[in-house]
Design a protein around this ligand. Sequence first.
Ligand code: SP5
Ligand code: ZN
Length: 352
Amino acid sequence: MKEIPVFYPEQTFFHQPQYELHKGERMPHLDSSARVTQILKSLRESGIADINIAYFYGMPWIEQVHDSRYLTFLAQASQNIEKLVPDSEVSPGEKRALYPSIFPYSQRCKSYGGEAEIGLFSYDTYTPVMAETFAAAVSSAGCALVAASLIIEGEKVVYALCRPPGHHALKDKMGGYCYLNNMAIATQYLLKNGVEKVAILDIDVHHGNGTQEIFYDIPRVFYASIHANPNLMYPYFSGYSEETGTGAARGTKCNIPLAKGSGEEVYQEAVEKALKQIRDFSPKYLLISAGFDTHKDDPFNFFPLSTEYYEKLGETIAKHGLPVLVVQEGGYNPEILGYCVVSFLHGLIKAS
Ligand code: SP5
Ligand code: ZN
């Protein structure tokens, strides 16, 4: 059997945020590099993957999606972290990390300094900038780009093990552990390489607000997402069913929020509903923002999906017969994450 091409970012292991700020408290950061270690371990054991390190440096493609001022900020904040976070602000045993404390209420000037600057480019307190952040984020985007290039070359299933994740990143703001929107960057790459239309199906438990926002008025990109009711779950401000796109893109965005505790039957129904709309759109490729934080043992604890269910999900997706690019998003229980990925990939190749 042919192995699935898999790529992971060269710089991912250097990115190690230590804590997130939640309601004024420090909580252990969930996006640990153990996630990647465990996924690679399960993939190696499974024998279904051809694992490669992605070395691609895709800055021109990243610039197609993200604002240059935001990119300059990220690069310089990582580079100048010693000045931005002086010794007096670093506790013993901690690494230098920059978090926002104030968000813009007025923007009448060209530029802002001090505490304001990171606030301009952030929308939450879960997404710190550290010395290695920019390089890791660029590397993660490069991973999605390499995978996308193989899809263009005719591969049927490719898996980009991106970390840091991307679907919460806006064109000019980080958030939700995301800095650069890997999926949006891969999508732009496809659109600029002669692909007329693509569809993104986002199966992370959180709404992919960044991806939706970037393509909200672009009719060539269908974005469908199945996620936790945003009344109860991050990112709170989007993911409602009335969000369907704007202007010429009206009807190309599809949000299916589900109630807490929704099980595999309800979830499967939502998947079929999303896929039906995607079929009617007739895209050339199907791109999956794959989060496994929908699992019953994930710390987000919202849906009770089993490891085995991801195989059925993969099979359901593959039945559509389109080439599938899988981009890793969330999933925060390293103990099971690798099995979830393998189960999902099994499903994808079973039907193809
Ligand atoms: C890519 C992705 O899945 N990002 C998720 C970002 C969610 N951030 C919200 C953090 C809320 C505080 N931590 C709660 C721990 C769960 N029990
Ligand atoms: Zn998530």
